[in-house]
Ligand binder design. Sequence first.
Ligand SMILES: Cc1cc2nc3c(=O)[nH]c(=O)nc-3n(C[C@H](O)[C@H](O)[C@H](O)COP(=O)(O)O)c2cc1C
Length: 173
Amino acid sequence: MKVSKAISERRSVRKFKSDPVSEEDLNKILEAARWAPSAGNAQPVELVVLKEKDQKEELVKASLGQAFLAEAPIDIVVCANVPRTKKRYGERGSEMYVYHDTAAAAQNIHLMALALGYGTCWVGAFDDEAVEEVINAPDNIEPHVIIPVGKPAESPNPPRKRSLDEIVHEDGF
Ligand SMILES: Cc1cc2nc3c(=O)[nH]c(=O)nc-3n(C[C@H](O)[C@H](O)[C@H](O)COP(=O)(O)O)c2cc1C
Protein backbone atom coordinates (compact mmCIF):
# COMPACT_ATOMS: atom_id res chain seq x y z
CA MET A 1 0.00 0.00 0.00
CA LYS A 2 1.27 3.47 -0.86
CA VAL A 3 2.02 5.75 2.06
CA SER A 4 -0.32 8.41 0.61
CA LYS A 5 -3.20 5.90 0.56
CA ALA A 6 -2.46 4.69 4.10
CA ILE A 7 -2.39 8.26 5.38
CA SER A 8 -5.67 9.27 3.73
CA GLU A 9 -7.53 6.02 4.50
CA ARG A 10 -6.55 5.66 8.17
CA ARG A 11 -9.50 6.12 10.51
CA SER A 12 -9.92 5.60 14.21
CA VAL A 13 -11.53 2.16 14.48
CA ARG A 14 -13.38 1.32 17.69
CA LYS A 15 -15.11 -1.94 16.73
CA PHE A 16 -13.08 -5.09 16.18
CA LYS A 17 -13.60 -8.68 15.05
CA SER A 18 -12.14 -11.38 17.24
CA ASP A 19 -9.78 -12.67 14.49
CA PRO A 20 -6.24 -12.82 15.84
CA VAL A 21 -3.33 -10.70 14.66
CA SER A 22 -0.77 -13.12 13.21
CA GLU A 23 2.69 -13.16 14.77
CA GLU A 24 4.15 -12.24 11.39
CA ASP A 25 1.93 -9.18 11.09
CA LEU A 26 2.47 -8.20 14.71
CA ASN A 27 6.19 -8.33 14.12
CA LYS A 28 5.89 -6.02 11.11
CA ILE A 29 3.78 -3.59 13.13
CA LEU A 30 6.31 -3.53 15.99
CA GLU A 31 9.19 -3.17 13.52
CA ALA A 32 7.46 -0.09 12.08
CA ALA A 33 7.59 1.49 15.54
CA ARG A 34 11.26 0.61 15.88
CA TRP A 35 12.14 2.58 12.74
CA ALA A 36 10.46 5.80 13.87
CA PRO A 37 12.66 8.86 14.42
CA SER A 38 13.65 9.87 17.94
CA ALA A 39 15.45 12.88 19.38
CA GLY A 40 19.19 12.30 19.12
CA ASN A 41 18.33 8.70 18.17
CA ALA A 42 18.02 8.06 21.91
CA GLN A 43 15.26 5.52 21.14
CA PRO A 44 13.25 5.83 24.37
CA VAL A 45 10.26 3.91 22.98
CA GLU A 46 9.33 0.63 24.66
CA LEU A 47 6.34 -1.41 23.52
CA VAL A 48 4.14 -3.61 25.69
CA VAL A 49 1.91 -6.09 23.85
CA LEU A 50 -1.14 -7.23 25.78
CA LYS A 51 -3.19 -10.23 24.61
CA GLU A 52 -4.58 -11.68 27.84
CA LYS A 53 -8.27 -10.99 28.41
CA ASP A 54 -7.77 -10.08 32.09
CA GLN A 55 -5.09 -7.52 31.29
CA LYS A 56 -7.16 -5.99 28.47
CA GLU A 57 -10.12 -5.71 30.87
CA GLU A 58 -7.85 -3.91 33.32
CA LEU A 59 -6.90 -1.49 30.54
CA VAL A 60 -10.60 -0.79 29.94
CA LYS A 61 -10.99 0.13 33.62
CA ALA A 62 -7.84 2.27 33.44
CA SER A 63 -9.14 4.15 30.40
CA LEU A 64 -12.54 5.43 31.55
CA GLY A 65 -14.32 2.29 30.33
CA GLN A 66 -13.19 2.29 26.69
CA ALA A 67 -14.52 -1.23 26.11
CA PHE A 68 -13.08 -1.64 22.62
CA LEU A 69 -9.66 -2.12 24.23
CA ALA A 70 -10.90 -5.52 25.41
CA GLU A 71 -12.59 -6.36 22.07
CA ALA A 72 -9.38 -5.98 20.06
CA PRO A 73 -7.22 -9.13 20.02
CA ILE A 74 -4.20 -7.10 21.07
CA ASP A 75 -3.41 -3.76 22.65
CA ILE A 76 -0.01 -2.17 22.25
CA VAL A 77 1.02 0.22 25.01
CA VAL A 78 3.56 2.67 23.60
CA CYS A 79 5.81 3.79 26.45
CA ALA A 80 8.74 6.14 26.95
CA ASN A 81 11.86 5.07 28.82
CA VAL A 82 12.33 8.67 29.95
CA PRO A 83 15.92 8.63 31.32
CA ARG A 84 17.27 7.56 27.91
CA THR A 85 16.27 10.99 26.56
CA LYS A 86 16.47 13.04 29.76
CA LYS A 87 20.14 12.26 30.39
CA ARG A 88 21.02 13.96 27.09
CA TYR A 89 18.40 16.69 26.79
CA GLY A 90 17.31 17.39 30.37
CA GLU A 91 13.84 18.83 30.85
CA ARG A 92 13.26 19.44 27.15
CA GLY A 93 13.87 15.74 26.67
CA SER A 94 11.58 14.55 29.46
CA GLU A 95 8.83 17.15 28.96
CA MET A 96 8.72 17.26 25.16
CA TYR A 97 10.97 14.99 23.10
CA VAL A 98 9.78 11.74 24.66
CA TYR A 99 6.21 12.66 23.66
CA HIS A 100 7.32 13.36 20.11
CA ASP A 101 9.17 10.06 20.02
CA THR A 102 6.26 7.95 21.24
CA ALA A 103 3.88 9.82 18.91
CA ALA A 104 6.11 9.10 15.90
CA ALA A 105 6.26 5.42 16.84
CA ALA A 106 2.50 5.33 17.39
CA GLN A 107 1.78 6.82 13.98
CA ASN A 108 4.06 4.26 12.33
CA ILE A 109 2.08 1.53 14.14
CA HIS A 110 -1.24 2.93 12.86
CA LEU A 111 -0.05 3.13 9.27
CA MET A 112 1.64 -0.27 9.14
CA ALA A 113 -1.37 -1.94 10.79
CA LEU A 114 -3.66 -0.33 8.22
CA ALA A 115 -1.43 -1.48 5.36
CA LEU A 116 -1.74 -5.05 6.70
CA GLY A 117 -5.54 -4.85 6.89
CA TYR A 118 -6.01 -4.02 10.58
CA GLY A 119 -7.84 -1.22 12.31
CA THR A 120 -6.41 0.82 15.17
CA CYS A 121 -7.33 3.72 17.41
CA TRP A 122 -5.10 6.18 19.24
CA VAL A 123 -6.08 6.02 22.93
CA GLY A 124 -4.67 8.70 25.17
CA ALA A 125 -7.42 9.08 27.76
CA PHE A 126 -6.34 6.87 30.63
CA ASP A 127 -5.17 6.96 34.21
CA ASP A 128 -1.38 6.80 33.99
CA GLU A 129 -0.86 5.05 37.31
CA ALA A 130 -3.54 2.45 36.59
CA VAL A 131 -1.96 1.63 33.21
CA GLU A 132 1.49 1.49 34.82
CA GLU A 133 0.11 -1.09 37.21
CA VAL A 134 -1.41 -3.20 34.40
CA ILE A 135 1.91 -3.32 32.55
CA ASN A 136 4.02 -3.62 35.70
CA ALA A 137 6.03 -0.56 34.65
CA PRO A 138 9.27 0.24 36.47
CA ASP A 139 9.78 3.87 37.63
CA ASN A 140 11.59 4.96 34.46
CA ILE A 141 8.70 3.99 32.16
CA GLU A 142 5.78 6.26 31.18
CA PRO A 143 2.86 4.87 29.14
CA HIS A 144 1.84 7.49 26.54
CA VAL A 145 -0.45 5.81 24.01
CA ILE A 146 -2.55 2.65 23.91
CA ILE A 147 -3.28 1.21 20.46
CA PRO A 148 -5.82 -1.59 20.00
CA VAL A 149 -5.10 -3.59 16.85
CA GLY A 150 -7.52 -5.98 15.15
CA LYS A 151 -9.55 -6.67 12.05
CA PRO A 152 -11.99 -3.77 11.75
CA ALA A 153 -15.70 -4.41 12.31
CA GLU A 154 -16.63 -0.92 11.14
CA SER A 155 -15.61 1.48 8.35
CA PRO A 156 -15.90 4.96 9.85
CA ASN A 157 -16.63 7.87 7.53
CA PRO A 158 -13.87 10.43 7.22
CA PRO A 159 -14.18 12.97 10.03
CA ARG A 160 -14.12 16.65 9.12
CA LYS A 161 -10.57 17.92 8.98
CA ARG A 162 -9.64 21.62 8.83
CA SER A 163 -8.65 22.73 5.33
CA LEU A 164 -5.13 23.72 4.33
CA ASP A 165 -6.40 27.31 4.04
CA GLU A 166 -7.26 27.16 7.73
CA ILE A 167 -4.06 25.62 9.01
CA VAL A 168 -1.26 26.79 6.71
CA HIS A 169 0.26 30.22 7.37
CA GLU A 170 2.57 31.42 4.63
CA ASP A 171 5.42 33.56 5.94
CA GLY A 172 4.23 33.13 9.54
CA PHE A 173 0.96 33.88 11.34
C1 LIG B 1 -3.53 12.35 21.51
C2 LIG B 1 -4.77 11.60 21.09
C3 LIG B 1 -5.55 11.02 22.07
C4 LIG B 1 -6.69 10.29 21.70
N1 LIG B 1 -7.40 9.63 22.66
C5 LIG B 1 -8.47 8.89 22.31
C6 LIG B 1 -9.15 8.12 23.27
O1 LIG B 1 -8.78 8.05 24.44
N2 LIG B 1 -10.23 7.41 22.86
C7 LIG B 1 -10.66 7.40 21.55
O2 LIG B 1 -11.64 6.72 21.26
N3 LIG B 1 -10.02 8.11 20.60
C8 LIG B 1 -8.93 8.86 20.94
N4 LIG B 1 -8.23 9.53 19.99
C9 LIG B 1 -8.64 9.42 18.58
C10 LIG B 1 -9.30 10.74 18.08
O3 LIG B 1 -10.57 10.86 18.64
C11 LIG B 1 -9.35 10.69 16.54
O4 LIG B 1 -8.04 10.64 16.02
C12 LIG B 1 -10.07 11.91 15.96
O5 LIG B 1 -11.43 11.89 16.30
C13 LIG B 1 -9.96 11.99 14.44
O6 LIG B 1 -10.44 10.81 13.83
P1 LIG B 1 -9.49 9.94 12.88
O7 LIG B 1 -8.43 9.32 13.77
O8 LIG B 1 -10.39 8.89 12.29
O9 LIG B 1 -8.88 10.84 11.86
C14 LIG B 1 -7.07 10.22 20.33
C15 LIG B 1 -6.26 10.80 19.36
C16 LIG B 1 -5.11 11.46 19.73
C17 LIG B 1 -4.20 12.01 18.65
